[in-house]
Design a binder for this molecule. Structure first.
Ligand code: URA
Ligand code: SF4
Length: 208
């Protein structure tokens, strides 16, 4: 497979993109996943948020951020004064990558590798071009490095509003992934949540 580019439709509106993405075979991940999880939200959203890849719930339901990480994201957005319904939510990779635990049938998240993220990038760029958001927020290193380059370090540069060369003039901010907050040990989780809210509040101010 050589990436999603050859699956992109001539028409670049969101409905055409969603329909074409459903049949993407740009990398191997389509084989074991249930379905393509394309982005969702209002087509004129001012804010576009990029996660890593669908999780187990998203894979089954076909919508982004409807599982535990999505629940935490919703609460963080609300605390930052952002309504989830105003946001275009999507992922760097559109199919769920997982491994099955030897002793169970549970499907465990498996981090997409660079080649899979690169293969899927045409869909993300097409979504950004169609939605034309004022700001893109990357959740976690996978999304951040996809758009900002492999050397980008979220821990060092979270919360900074950056202006990209390509796509020219696009404003991007990176922060941590909500799953990282969920994985933070109990005594430090609230602090990690508050730091995510603080970054999302920077994004909210940028839009107001
Ligand atoms: N994590 C993500 O990065 N994206 C989702 O859609 C769900 C969980
Ligand atoms: Fe296509 Fe992306 Fe799915 Fe790979 S992960 S098959 S590139 S939609």
């Amino acid at each position: 497979a050589d990436g999603a580019a050859r699956f992109l439709p001539a028409a670049r509106d969101l409905d055409a993109l969603r329909e074409a993405a459903a049949g993407c075979r740009g990398c191997e991940l389509h084989r074991d996943a249930t379905q393509t999880v394309f982005g969702a939200g209002p087509g004129n959203a001012r804010l576009l948020i990029v996660g890593e890849q669908p999780g187990d719930s998203e894979d089954k339901r076909g919508r982004p951020f409807v599982g535990p990480a999505g629940g935490l994201l919703d609460r963080a957005l609300l605390a930052a004064g952002i309504d989830r319904d105003d946001v275009w939510l999507t992922n760097a990779v559109k199919h769920f990558k997982f491994k099955v635990a030897a002793d169970s049938r549970r499907r465990l998240h498996d981090k997409p590798d660079r080649s899979e993220v690169a293969a899927c990038k045409p869909w993300l760029l097409a979504e950004i071009a169609a939605v034309e958001p004022e700001l893109v927020v990357c959740l976690g290193a996978t999304a951040a490095q996809d758009l900002l380059g492999g050397d980008f370090r979220v821990t060092k540069r979270r919360g900074e509003i950056l202006t990209m060369e390509k796509p020219k003039g696009l404003r991007v901010m990176a922060t941590v992934h909500p799953s990282a907050v969920l994985r933070t040990p109990g005594d430090r989780r609230e602090e990690a949540f508050d730091a995510l809210v603080a970054d999302l509040s920077i994004a909210a101010r940028e839009l107001s």
